[in-house]
Design a protein. Structure first.
Length: 353
């Protein structure tokens, strides 16, 4: 704060006006922000500021002295106010421009520490692993629609209208006639036969939907993996060897027995259930429920009616098909005890994989 003590001589007051002017010019030249400018304004033009304080000295002067000093002080005040205003306009503009530039060059990819790092979902990882195993065995990977027609999901698979086997699949029917959410990946079999000439081998991993009560091993949305091979002279031995090779590779073991039981699916004849020896124990554990066997791989030889629906002559070609529960297999491999965790979005669960 600038305080005047006692009466000053005219010449000393004039010197002070000049000094104030000089100091003001120096300070305003150095100002780089509106905030700093406000400090300068208060120091010179505020009620206790240097220029205001000089004005207060006028009353101690004679009339002639006043006539000489007042114009000088008015001039200093006007110049200072004008410079403050111009500087403020310039600084406000500069600051707005800087904000604009910052937004324009804002790099959303710039590294930040301490942020959560994402990774692919357990489903994506497992599907990729399964695809790679089958690709190494010469299979193509195919896809099919989730919204299916009654024809591909049932009729073409040897399950005509009113066939009791339709009850095996609790179906989500859509409002549009004959449309449903596919209950299994098997519809892709006939879709493929319609477009490809044998021989071919393909797998179709993907989501399927059933209108079922959920529990630890049943969900309404879960994944299956269909597989089928069509060529001349395909037999059940090809299916068994495929199942064994796939399961050995997936569970990373050379020592993996399989056993075969009869199974019923209208689209295969004969139909089988292939079980594998529990890879986690020798004499029974909680995973295999003390049986040492796990039911994992339903399949069979493709029914002649299905080959015909796909435009393939069953007298010339035969094929095998399987459709295992991909989610259930992932539960076994990663020891997940509740299927509902897969799509729960719970990070605590997902971060483990
Ligand atoms: C089928 O869906 C046949 N399409 C499989 C098939 C394909 C057989 C080709 C022969 C030839 P199934 O309804 O059994 O079959 O289902 C196959 C697997 O899907 C089951 O073994 C089970 O692992 C899994 N699965 C069935 N329902 C559910 C569910 N609600 N939640 C989780 N997994 C399920």
């Amino acid at each position: 704060m600038f305080v005047m003590v006692g009466r000053r001589s005219m010449s000393s007051l004039k010197r002070e006006v000049e000094q104030a002017q000089e100091e003001f010019s120096q300070r305003i030249d150095r100002v780089t922000s509106v905030k700093d400018l406000e400090v300068v304004r208060i120091d010179f033009l505020g009620r206790q500021g240097k220029i205001s304080t000089l004005f207060k000295q006028i009353k101690t002067l004679s009339v002639d002295e006043k006539k000489e000093l007042v114009p000088l002080l008015n001039n200093l005040k006007n110049i200072s106010e004008d410079l403050i205003k111009k500087s403020k306009d310039r600084l406000v503009q500069q600051q707005a421009h800087a904000v604009q530039l910052k937004q324009k060059n804002f790099d959303v990819t710039a590294g930040q520490t301490g942020l959560l790092k994402g990774h692919s979902h357990l489903y994506s990882q497992f599907i990729e692993e399964i695809e790679n195993i089958f690709i190494s065995m010469g299979y193509d990977v195919l896809d099919g629609p989730y919204v299916e027609t009654d024809y591909y999901n049932f009729t073409a698979l040897n399950i005509p209208q009113d066939h009791p086997a339709r009850d095996m699949y609790d179906t989500f029917w859509l409002n549009k006639k004959n449309l449903l959410l596919r209950t299994h990946t098997s519809p892709v079999q006939v879709r493929t036969m319609e477009h490809c000439k044998p021989p071919f081998a393909a797998v179709v991993p993907g989501f399927t939907f059933r209108h079922e009560a959920t529990d630890a091993t049943h969900d309404t949305m879960f994944a299956q993996c269909e597989g089928f091979v069509i060529d001349k002279n395909i037999t059940l031995s090809h299916l068994f060897a495929t199942a064994q090779t796939f399961l050995k590779t997936l569970f990373k073991t050379d020592d993996l027995d399989i056993r075969i039981r009869p199974g019923f699916f209208p689209f295969v004849e004969p139909g089988v259930e292939i079980d594998m020896r529990c890879p986690f124990c020798k004499s029974g554990c909680s995973v295999c429920k003390k049986t040492t066997w796990l039911e994992v791989f339903p399949g069979g030889l493709i029914h002649p009616n299905v080959l015909r629906a796909g435009g393939i002559d069953p007298e010339e070609y035969s094929g095998f098909a399987f459709g295992f529960g991909l989610t259930r297999l992932a539960m076994l491999k990663y020891k997940v005890n509740d299927i509902r965790l897969f799509l729960s979005g719970k990070l605590k669960f997902l971060e483990q994989f």
